[in-house]
Structures are given as C-alpha cells and as structure tokens.
Ligand binder design. Structure first.
Ligand code: SAH
Length: 216
C-alpha cells in the first residue's frame, strides 16, 4: 500500500521501494492510531514529535543514494521508522535522539524487529554535535529542522557524501535541501546545495532548549 502511494508520487527507485515494503510502519505508530499506519500522512508520537509521512521518508531515503556498504548518520530517531528504512539499504545506521524516552523506546523497538547494534547504533544526545567517533558518513539525514545547515554535520561527510535536511524556522515552511561534499576542505563553498521542495518538520532543538521545556 505504501509502495503504491510513494511510487505514484514519483519515488521510483526500486531499492527504496523494496526497503519501504520491508518495514512494517504499524510497529512504529502509537496503538490508538493503528488504522492510519499506512495512510500517507505524518502521525503524532509523544512529546509533540511526529513520524514523517511515508512519501517524505521515501524521498529523503532516495536522495541519500545509499549503497550497500555505506554508513549513514541520522539525526532525530523519533519512532525509529526512518532509521529502519535506511538500515534496509546500507551497512550501518548511527542514529541520535535528543529525547531520552523516545530514543529508548525506538532502540527497544528496533532491537525487537531484529536490527542488531551493528546495523543500527542508537544514542541519546544532541545531534548538533554529530557523531565524530564514527565519522565520516556517506550520508547524513536530519529529520528535524535546524534554521541553518549545521557545519559540524557537513564536516562529518565523506567525499561525495550527501546530507539531506529540512532547513528553516520552526512552524514555517522549510526547504528540503541536499548538500553534496565536492572537496575535502570545510567551507560552505565546498558543498553543492540543491533545494528539493518545501516541507514542514518539527524543529531541531538544542539540549538547553529541551532542558528548559522540561523545567518550565
Ligand atoms: N524520523 C523520525 C521522525 C522524528 S521527528 C521517525 O521516523 O519517526 C524528529 C525527531 O528529532 C524528534 O524525535 C526530536 O526529539 C528529534 N530531535 C530534535 N532536535 C534534536 C537534536 N538536536 N538532536 C537529536 N534529535 C533531535
């Protein structure tokens, strides 16, 4: 069902369609929303966060152009759904979630679904720092929107690595952008940028912002 929807919207990469078919989206959705698990819309998770709509997950995955030996960094694990789709296509996914409860339940869910730590490595932390211990990455995917592309994450790309991210202010239309590293130096001009389409994602937040939310 999901495959037909994303295909009709223009994502035709057969490897991506196969990955979408392999991951049971209903396993990542709160129980009271199960009937909508296969509709093409974002759905709420806890703490005001959302699981992206299948078309956007497929599109971002296709833009990442993952090869089977690639290593991918994901910022914003959320439910773990996009993480699982990415893991179907590459050697390993490193995923960072800033909200502890979400990160822990995603990790448990992914492990139950059979993704071993060598395929999906989860961490609770602030994605703005990336994961330098495991860099460089062939692809970096952000599922929360920063107002500007974080230079730290661009610098963790391998040569010709791709960064896919919604960029823009919270609660406004953002730009889904693809950045490709063309040179080993770390100036913005060393990366090619493409604007793919307009999107709306939850904001990428700093650890300080999350702490303030919890205490206010
Ligand atoms: N890809 C997810 C969608 C997650 S929504 C899915 O398929 O379900 C975006 C997630 O990014 C939220 O869980 C939010 O807590 C997280 N997030 C926001 N700012 C972050 C940061 N600085 N570092 C890591 N995760 C962050």
């Amino acid at each position: 069902m999901i495959v037909e929807t994303v295909q009709s919207r223009g994502v035709t990469d057969v490897r991506v369609l196969g990955a979408m078919a392999n991951v049971p989206r209903h396993e990542f959705i709160p129980s009271h929303l199960q009937t909508q698990a296969y509709s093409d819309q974002p759905l709420p998770l806890c703490e005001g966060q959302t699981i992206s709509q299948p078309y956007i997950v497929a599109l971002m995955t296709a833009l990442a152009e993952l090869g089977s030996s690639d290593r991918c960094l994901e910022i914003g694990t959320g439910s773990g759904y996009q993480t699982a789709v990415l893991a179907e296509l590459c050697a390993s996914v490193f995923t960072i979630e800033i909200r502890e409860a979400l990160g822990q339940s995603a990790q448990a869910r992914l492990s139950l679904l059979g993704y071993t730590p060598s395929r999906i490595c989860c961490k609770i932390g602030d994605g703005y720092a990336g994961w330098p211990e495991f860099a460089p990455f062939d692809a970096v995917i952000l599922t929360a929107a920063p107002t500007r592309v974080p230079m730290t994450l661009l610098t963790q790309l391998a040569p010709y690595g791709r960064l896919i991210a919604p960029i823009g202010p919270a609660d406004k239309i953002q730009r889904l952008e693809k950045w490709v590293r063309r040179r080993s130096t770390n100036r913005l001009a060393d990366f090619d940028r493409t604007h793919v389409l307009n999107v709306q994602f939850v904001p990428m937040q700093s650890a300080a912002e999350i702490g303030n939310q919890e205490t206010s």
